[in-house]
Design a binder for this molecule. Structure first.
Ligand code: HEM
Length: 151
């Protein structure tokens, strides 16, 4: 069981790097776009990178829960339970807040014509980036809890 636990820690840490790493830079990718064509392309890149976040995030949750199943005392650790709760909050933000703010942007990018980025985009993206910064902040708290295991 000890061996399996350590394999899970290995998978967990790799998933954290491959899943969370790209996740943290999603917000900055469209910032360099100077016209509509570049902006559309930056959203295509975001979409691709988000696949890593989804796979890494799923593996993080599964490996984390399996570690808890092998060592049930973890469910009595504050850092573990808090991280799990925060992770579920962050997960729930995907189909709710993030979807709500990203859908109008996708529609705008599909319908806009010409090369100029529509003014409306800047208003909509501010809302989306606010939610993404909150999500990133939650992940920073989780990573800190994972490393320090303070309580
Ligand atoms: C944003 C999500 C997460 C990230 C980036 C992350 C990252 C990490 C990292 C880097 C470590 C190694 C820390 C160390 O031991 O020095 C770790 C440990 C651990 N994580 Fe996570 N984690 C995340 C979510 C979760 C969740 C949701 C759970 C529980 C369901 C969990 C359970 C654990 C456990 C049990 C360990 C301790 C492994 C050990 O050293 O024995 N993690 N995590």
């Amino acid at each position: 069981m000890d061996r399996l636990y350590h394999v899970l820690v290995f998978i967990h840490i790799f998933s954290a790097i491959l899943g969370m790493g790209p996740g943290f830079i999603l917000t900055i990718i469209p910032k360099t776009a100077t016209n509509l064509i570049e902006l559309r392309h930056s959203y295509t890149i975001r979409h691709r990178l988000h696949i890593f976040v989804m796979i890494g995030g799923t593996l993080l949750l599964i490996s984390g829960l399996l570690m808890g199943a092998i060592r049930p005392y973890l469910f009595q650790m504050g850092w573990y339970v808090t991280s799990l709760a925060l992770f579920l909050v962050a997960l729930a933000m995907g189909p709710t807040i993030l979807k709500k703010y990203s859908t109008p942007i996708k529609q705008l990018l599909a319908s806009a014509t010409g090369e100029k980025i529509p003014e409306e985009y800047y208003r909509l993206s501010k809302l989306l980036y606010g939610a993404e910064h909150l999500e990133n902040f939650i992940f920073i708290i989780i990573i800190t809890l994972m490393i320090l295991k303070p309580f």
